[in-house]
Design a protein around this ligand. Structure first.
Ligand code: ZN
Length: 84
């Protein structure tokens, strides 16, 4: 039987109506304040266009720095491997 919340996964057990992740979410919503849970999920999972741009720039910068470090390290090693 498919989960009645997400409609994607199979249910935890034959008599249950939610899959494992949805059942866990439901338990968290029961244990904690649903507004707090929704606020945390919104802050963590949903991003504004500015935040998306900032994240993309940070990832590009990270990749560029990693490539520069790799190139710098590779050139040093190359000099050792190929004596002139
Ligand atoms: Zn589900």
């Amino acid at each position: 039987m498919v989960c009645s919340f997400c409609g994607l996964n199979e249910c935890e057990a034959w008599l249950k109506s939610y899959c494992k992740p949805c059942a866990d979410l439901r338990r968290m919503l029961i244990l904690y304040d649903p507004m707090t849970c929704a606020d945390i999920l919104n802050r963590c999972l949903l991003r504004t266009p500015d935040q998306i741009t900032h994240k993309i720039n940070a990832e590009l910068k990270k990749n560029t720095v990693a490539e520069l470090k790799k190139k710098a390290g590779g050139d040093d090693k190359k000099d050792y491997d190929c004596p002139k």
